[in-house]
Write a protein that binds this ligand. Sequence first.
Ligand code: BES
Ligand code: MN
Ligand code: ZN
Length: 498
Amino acid sequence: MEHVCKVGAPERMKSACLLVGVFKKNRLTDLGQSLDDATGGYLKRVLRRQDFVADIGQTQILYDPQECTATRLMLIGLGEEKEFSARKFGPALLPAFRLLQQSGATDCMVLLPSQHDDDSTYRLVREAVAAAEAAAYRFDQCKSESKPPKKPIRRVDFLVHTRPQVNAGNRAAKHAQAIATGTRLAKDVANLPGNICTPTYLAEQAQSLGRGKRKLKVTVLTEKQMQNLGMGALLSVSRGSRQPAKLIVLKYKGGKPGAKPVALVGKGLTFDAGGISIKSAAAMDEMKYDMCGGASVLGTIAACAELDLPINVVGVIPSSENLPDGDANKPGDIVTSMSGQTIEILNTDAEGRLILCDALTYTERFEPAAVIDVATLTGACIIALGDQASGLLANNDKLADELLEASEGSGDRAWRLPLWDEYQPQLDSNFADMANIGGRGAGTITAACFLSRYTKAYPWAHLDIAGVAWLGGKEKGATGRPVPLLTEFLLRRCRVSM
Ligand code: BES
Ligand code: MN
Ligand code: ZN
């Protein structure tokens, strides 16, 4: 999809459809007002009928507007003017883009609401492009016949007020497009079922991402190599599966040679049945999404490469299945992790931390400036934060604050939970250095406490994305989160040196 930002008179824009935001009480934006003036009060006349109340999500197409070079106008409800923010712009535009795809229009132009600083232009354009890309996303690889829209939208342009806003808007569109590329990749691999998206498949996707990109090197460690590294925790999970585990390593070298990389470590569990501590049948299919952390690492690195970001990033994706089997982990089994610490596996369904702990130890060799792991780690995180925010836990306040700022800036929210030492004794074991579960209370925190024992060598943050990585029910599907958050974090790290 292409995007261009322009300044000029709205009535003179040659577009298949001008998207005109309207606030409640028939309040027009500045550009909407110019359009209304130029068309002899057409918009106000329509609005006076009171059919259009400007709720967020409401749309109305008007054909052949007079004194205006566009073929269509679409009114877009923006809700109450004083409650409006960039965050509302995406949800306001999403139904409009969906509707446009049913129409004959293949391009459109969004009149940006009257925001007078470049920063809000940037945020508004980011939201709008993300909404257009979300409306265009289809996952029909597994249908016998794919049904693409007859007229997909090819371009979404923006009308802004000033020259500096043109620059801000174009920059936003470029960033948003790269984030959309990464989000699409993350959604695609995540939506694939467990029988197709195996650890081997995930590794192949990583390798094909690296193909033809000079700055990206991908290597995949086999079980044999992991054995030699002493990854007893990761391999114990994989033992119950016929698919071999993979440790996928992506090195994106956009920064100065020798500059410490940011490491992104993503849980790539391609199907989590729970193992011997088997899950109940309800919605177990959704455990194909247990590799969304890994998918988001792939997506973020794809975005970095598209933007040619001047930063070094290492992606590490431990990938395995977790199934019941005669050779699977049994409750009470004790394994030795790569760090040398021993773990009593009291619940085989707490497998994410077992594959992550070895990946986190492995990551030390890159001498990272910071490590962020991303995982669909605990059902408890869904109870705590639902589908709005990722759980954020960290051993470093500066890193946590940076991620919180990136979460505000990208609209891909995270919320910090405590990682106090007082939670650690929940992991005490009578037989090993630690247990892999911590009892009923604070499940998201005790999972992070477990990981914290493997991340003492570097500034580290953990994102529990169990609630945000996919939607259930009628809209079942991967969201691609937290690709926007992670890419925003890296963009901000670069801006210092860009
Ligand atoms: N992948 C799950 C976490 C999960 C569950 C994510 C449901 C999204 C929806 C993870 O491997 C798991 O099973 N965690 C257990 C941990 C428990 C045994 C301590 C959980 O959350 O129930
Ligand atoms: Mn599990
Ligand atoms: Zn899991």
